[in-house]
Design a protein around this ligand. Structure first.
Ligand code: FES
Ligand SMILES: [Fe+2]
Length: 426
């Protein structure tokens, strides 16, 4: 439970809001690289309550500029993408990839160049990695360390970034990715007796023990969480999640499975992009996310486009529930279930009304760390989570793990890059 003030502080992300100011300090993925073609259609991007346009210029570079034309605010998303810039269709002003005005053909020729240089513009930093375009819109000359996660350093055939849209606040999206206790319920099939989520080979363990113990190790980037389920024969099933604040949750996976990172990027106070980044550090991905579920591939830029909303109760199937499907949200992929429960709380859930229990310690810890981060940023200008003893975080060394081990094996010492032999559920 939070106070009303704390909830406001954590959830408001627009310009001028304290959390908005903090989140503008970080690199954020905004659009799939493949979405942008050289001299092709620009993409509108709404981020932290502001409107931008992304485009790929003639030389292949990506521009990320304010949507409003610097002249009289027509949308640059309508612009002509040509000659390494976007030209506004209203009066022909041209903006380059760094947001600078390159041409103002409505001005007298002799003063055009000088005039163009005087037009105030904003520069946003851009990088491409992991099949995504990343931006830093903090306005600063220098940028924070780039999050060089494993998935940001791999060749294209080893990473699959997918973009889902949630009609709710970013913190609900993040909290959906921090909850190990729900898996045996929300994603249960066959009458709940047995979890058969096709993306989790190990759900049998979760069905045996539905009330995991949670332990933590606080880290400079957030925390490492062990959701521990005691199993018969002196063994324990450990789901070890890595939470890298403010945006990321690395979902526990068996050692030989492709990895999965979730990333919650605020569009505005009431809408969020939930990135699903699947990656295999060792080989090309054999199956895409939709293949895993035996469904057709949706739009990778909006993979839950057919999810529904309140008007159709997200297509919840009551007969399927009677037949053993726990949630009745029979979407093409399990992510729909996660998205629906979060949207059902309302655009910004009122956290003063919650009643938290033992399984909620994870979200409590994340909230405490975020509240402290906002306060420190407000008072000192600190940017937490990106450094460890003055050095940039080694993001490539952070990995999650899902594993069954003997009970006396300390989970905090398990190395996800070199795990012991494990057994999978039948
Ligand atoms: S509004 Fe864009 S050139 Fe005039
Ligand atoms: Fe889930």
């Amino acid at each position: 439970m939070l106070t009303r003030e704390e909830n406001e502080l954590l959830t408001r992300v627009g310009p001028g809001a304290p959390m908005g100011a903090l989140l503008r300090e970080y690199w954020m993925p905004v659009v799939r690289s493949a979405k942008l073609e050289i001299d092709g259609k620009p993409e509108r991007v709404r981020l932290l309550g502001e409107n931008f346009v992304a485009f790929r210029a003639t030389d292949g570079r990506v521009g990320f500029i304010d949507e409003a034309c610097p002249h009289r605010c027509a949308s640059m998303a309508l612009g002509r993408n040509e000659g390494n810039g976007l030209r506004c269709i209203f009066h022909g002003w041209k903006v380059g990839v760094d947001g600078e005005v390159l041409d103002c053909p409505t001005e007298p020729e002799e003063r055009r160049e000088r005039f163009a240089k005087l037009v105030p513009t904003r520069r946003h930093h851009v990088r491409e990695a992991g099949g995504m375009v990343w931006v830093h819109i903090g306005g600063a000359e220098t940028t924070p360390p780039f999050p060089e996660f494993e998935f940001n350093m791999l060749p294209a055939d080893q990473v699959e970034p997918l973009r889902g849209l949630m009609k709710c606040n970013w913190l609900q999206a993040l909290e959906a990715a921090l909850d190990s206790a729900h898996v045996a319920f929300l994603h249960a099939r066959d009458g709940g007796k047995r979890g058969t989520d096709k993306t989790f080979k190990e759900t049998g363990y979760m069905a045996v023990n539905k009330a995991p113990r949670f332990e933590f190790e606080v880290k400079p980037y957030g925390f490492k969480e062990g959701a521990l389920r005691d199993l018969p024969e002196s063994s324990v099933y450990a789901r070890i999640r890595q939470v890298i604040l403010p945006f990321y949750s690395l979902i526990p996976r068996l050692p030989d499975e492709p990895r999965l990172a979730l990333c919650s990027i605020p569009i505005d106070d009431e809408n969020t992009v939930q990135w699903y980044v699947r990656y295999d550090p060792n080989a090309a991905l054999q199956q895409d996310y939709f293949d895993l579920f035996g469904t057709d591939c949706g739009d990778p830029d909006f993979f839950n486009a057919d999810m529904g909303d309140w008007s159709n109760m997200w297509h919840q199937d009551r007969q399927a529930m009677k037949d053993g499907h726990w949630s009745g949200i029979v979407g093409r992929v399990n992510a729909y279930e996660d998205f629906v429960v979060q949207e059902s709380m309302g655009p910004i859930v009122d956290r003063t009304k919650e009643y938290l229990g033992a399984s909620d310690v994870v979200i409590s810890l994340a909230r405490r760390q975020l509240l402290k981060a906002v306060a420190d940023h407000q008072s000192e200008g600190n940017v937490p989570f990106v450094t460890e003893e003055g050095e940039p975080i080694d993001y490539g060394a952070i990995r999650s793990l899902s594993i069954k081990v003997p009970s006396d094996q300390p989970w905090k010492q398990l190395d996800p890059f070199n795990p012991p032999a494990y057994a999978t559920a039948e």
